[in-house]
Write a protein that binds this ligand. Structure first.
Ligand SMILES: N[C@@H](CCC(=O)N[C@@H](CS)C(=O)NCC(=O)O)C(=O)O
Length: 252
């Protein structure tokens, strides 16, 4: 889907630096899947390359190499930059209230719900059993030996952010309530604001896919599986990707 004609038509592709998926999803990271989805919706030419965390401008994934060689981090800042420089606005059809709603929903998912997912994957033993195996196949050997240390840092981050201070019951109650609120706003869809997809659908997609792809019997995943509108939205958004982006499971 391309909202408006690009301002610049001939240029090298944007390089999207992100890790692969391990459970049949395009990437292990919800923010990376959000950005990849947005790029596919926008029609902007891009290539995927593995990340080099020593070069990641914010020390996080995803980041991109722009056609002039500049490195830019943060999925949202990348989207805003590319929208400006390529004259693409996937939200052109939204009114001011819808744009405000999209912003608040995005911030809720990315700054709140995300950490309930991190808790499920990295801290909950049912999640860690699978995440550890997947990360061990993703990281080069010397780094994979540091997985217990990486996990300890995740525990510290989730505690500092606040989510890690709650009981697992409270964390998962919050996760379920967030997803229920999103399902209520999504309604019958097919997209968040009705008939036409917009940027918030890419955000939702990344986090739906991440929750549903993990092989563990985790509370957020089980809740999404019981919410047909969210699974249907994930499936609908997959249509923006070529089928080979959903490879067979490599690890569980
Ligand atoms: N606000 C950032 C968040 C990105 C983010 O948190 N990425 C995670 C992977 S899902 C990451 O790189 N974590 C590594 C770390 O924090 O060291 C964005 O939108 O890109």
């Amino acid at each position: 889907m391309s909202a408006t004609a690009p301002l610049v038509t001939t240029r090298s592709p944007v390089i999207l630096h992100q890790p692969p998926g391990r459970w049949g999803e395009p990437s292990m990271s919800p923010f990376c899947m959000k950005l990849e989805c947005w790029l596919r919706m926008s029609g902007i030419a891009f290539e995927i390359q593995p990340p080099n965390m020593r070069k990641a401008p914010k020390g996080k994934m995803p980041y991109v190499t722009l056609p002039d060689g500049t490195l830019l981090g943060d999925s949202q800042l990348v989207i805003e930059h590319l929208s400006r420089t390529h004259g693409v606005d996937l939200d052109a059809h939204l009114d001011a209230q819808q744009r405000a709603t999209a912003r608040v929903v995005r911030r809720t998912i990315e700054e709140g719900t995300y950490f309930t997912g991190i808790y499920a994957r990295w801290i909950d033993h049912a999640g860690w059993a699978h995440t550890r195996t997947a990360m061990a196949t993703l990281l080069p050997r010397p780094l994979s030996l540091l997985l217990p240390l990486i996990r300890r840092n995740v525990v510290k981050t989730v505690h500092a952010q606040g989510t890690g201070r709650h009981t697992p019951e409270d964390i998962y109650t919050m996760a379920r309530a967030d997803w229920d609120a999103i399902a209520t706003l999504l309604g019958e869809g097919p997209y968040f604001f009705g008939e036409k997809a917009s940027s918030i659908d890419a955000v939702l997609y990344g986090f739906e896919e991440a929750a549903l792809a993990h092989p563990g019997a985790l509370a957020p995943k089980l809740h999404l599986e019981r919410t047909p509108s969210l699974v249907a939205h994930r499936d609908r958004m997959r249509a923006f990707f070529p089928p080979d982006r959903f490879r067979a499971r490599a690890a569980s």
